[in-house]
Design a protein around this ligand. Sequence first.
Ligand SMILES: NC(=O)c1ccc[n+]([C@@H]2O[C@H](COP(=O)([O-])OP(=O)(O)OC[C@H]3O[C@@H](n4cnc5c(N)ncnc54)[C@H](OP(=O)(O)O)[C@@H]3O)[C@@H](O)[C@H]2O)c1
Length: 429
Amino acid sequence: MEMRIKDISQRLEVPVSTIRYWQNEFTDLIMPQRTDGGQRRYSERDCTLFSKIKTLVYEQGQSLATAKKIIKSGKSFRSDIDWTQQTILITGGTGSFGKHFCRMMLDHYNPKAIRIYSRDELKQHDMRIEFKDDPRLRFLIGDVRDGERLRRAMEGVDMAVHAAALKQVPACEYNPFEAVKTNVHGAQNVINAAIDAGVKKVIALSTDKAVNPVNLYGATKLCSDKLFTQGNSYAGGGRTRFACVRYGNVIGSRGSVIPVFLKQKESGRLTITDPRMTRFWITLDQAVELVLKGFKYMEGGEIFVPQIPSMRITDLARAIAPDCVVDQIGIRPGEKLHEALTGEDEGRTAVIYKGMYVILPNYSWWNRKNYVEAVPVPENFVYTSDGNQEWMTVEQLRELVYGSATPGGVAQFQPKLDREEVEIYAVRN
Ligand SMILES: NC(=O)c1ccc[n+]([C@@H]2O[C@H](COP(=O)([O-])OP(=O)(O)OC[C@H]3O[C@@H](n4cnc5c(N)ncnc54)[C@H](OP(=O)(O)O)[C@@H]3O)[C@@H](O)[C@H]2O)c1
């Protein structure tokens, strides 16, 4: 869809004069089409770029020159922690999130060292090769169930990310005690080891499945969230602080809906389980940025939730294959129609802060001072993919998948991940 400058201004709630100023400052990045009469017409991509400038300049207080550098680097948030002085440990560092996190940290922040903590030597071997034996990476074999090993691994660590989990819904249902051992006892071990080693900040990854959990995976992650938010009370006056970030299905994961639609397109038929279905749209880059934002702002006990757009599954189908027949095949057991990233009760302590929803802890016996400029969310607030204010249009989705507004081209989209929880996808393979 082509937009005029006043459309961009209305959508982003930024004055036309400011948009015009940004346009003049970012001529090498924002290149609108011209009408025969010479007027500028902006694409969805241009609008996204203006939105990034807005976030960087208005919310993060960056100068235009820094904003330009950050946008050119492909990121919309730049951490101001001096990572060159930090040793990081990431549990589950060989997983989808872990590898992406390592890639972004090594490419953009040059940390002193990253310790990868996981069980399988083959995954570590493959990662070592994939990262070309980067000397900043250290590969530690260990299980989060093993507290003693974790204690040793955490020695000398400044910052930690807890990403290791059992996360396939059916596997957790079939092996319930194992899910508890890894996701609950593992979380407890990470907290204990971090406190003992004097780690400064720890962020654990939560999931939408932890909101009103309907399966054991979600229940163990909810328990893990509670351990991390309240784990701060064990650190007392010590220096270790714990927080969580929460996001849902990472779009484009292998086996998820986009690659499946792309494949089905060849046969002329797409399958949708339920046409009412909606999902949030988050990329792995955004997930890593969320963790970095968490490290910057956390005081202990928060759950950071990104403000991200939603999409309708039917719009995605139209974007990918407008000419295909769509078969409706019925919702699967445990599949939710919509994603929720905050629950009703969490809404009572949630605030809007730096472009995120932040669920503050109910009880905090440790010192907290931040969030004075945070805005409370409205009463009865829940953040669900169907109740979202921001929606991806068919054109935006098409541009993200194909790199242009026409569906005929070759998909730009590269699946990056293994799938998380089996029930989240809108289609059957
Ligand atoms: N993928 C998503 O869409 C999504 C969405 C929301 C939240 N999350 C959360 O994000 C986190 C990371 O997800 P992911 O997609 O990166 O997972 P993943 O690709 O399955 O990776 C899991 C990682 O954890 C390690 N691991 C598993 N059990 C372990 C144990 N007992 N001890 C030590 N390491 C262990 C695995 O390595 P080994 O097998 O070698 O130990 C692997 O490195 C999880 O906490 C998940 O709940 C994911």
